[in-house]
Design a protein around this ligand. Structure first.
Ligand SMILES: [Zn+2]
Length: 120
């Protein structure tokens, strides 16, 4: 077996969230299952560059019997799966993950800067 220094992205962690977060996550999961992921931006589904440091992302695979494809940043360690067009295998964790990728894109994005209003 190959030993890798990096963390297995398929390891599961337990987190505790307030009910409103859970309810919103379930709602988003249902919406993805119903509507698919076509409306999500390319930068979320299959980005070419790291949303955080903008380095080019590399392809990586898990080591198990059913290897899963990941995109990973060799510079800062950012990792996410490549979300294919299908909603197969979409679960609550995936939905939350997609939401967080979206959030990171927004927070680190080169989008319009909001001008503050009313501060003189
Ligand atoms: Zn990075």
């Amino acid at each position: 077996m190959r030993s890798t220094a990096k963390r297995d992205p398929e390891t599961y962690k337990t987190i505790k969230v307030p009910m409103w977060v859970y309810a919103n996550a379930k709602e988003a999961e249902l919406a993805i299952l119903r509507k698919g992921v076509d409306r999500l931006p390319h930068a979320v589904l299959q980005p070419k560059s790291c949303p955080i440091c903008k380095s080019e992302l590399s392809q990586a695979q898990t080591d198990d019997e059913n290897p899963k494809s990941y995109l990973t940043c060799l510079h800062c360690g950012y990792t996410q799966p490549k979300f294919e067009g299908s909603t197969e295998g979409i679960a609550l964790g995936t939905t939350i993950g997609m939401g967080l990728v979206h959030l990171l894109n927004t927070l680190f994005g080169a989008g319009k800067q909001q001008t503050e209003v009313g501060t003189g």
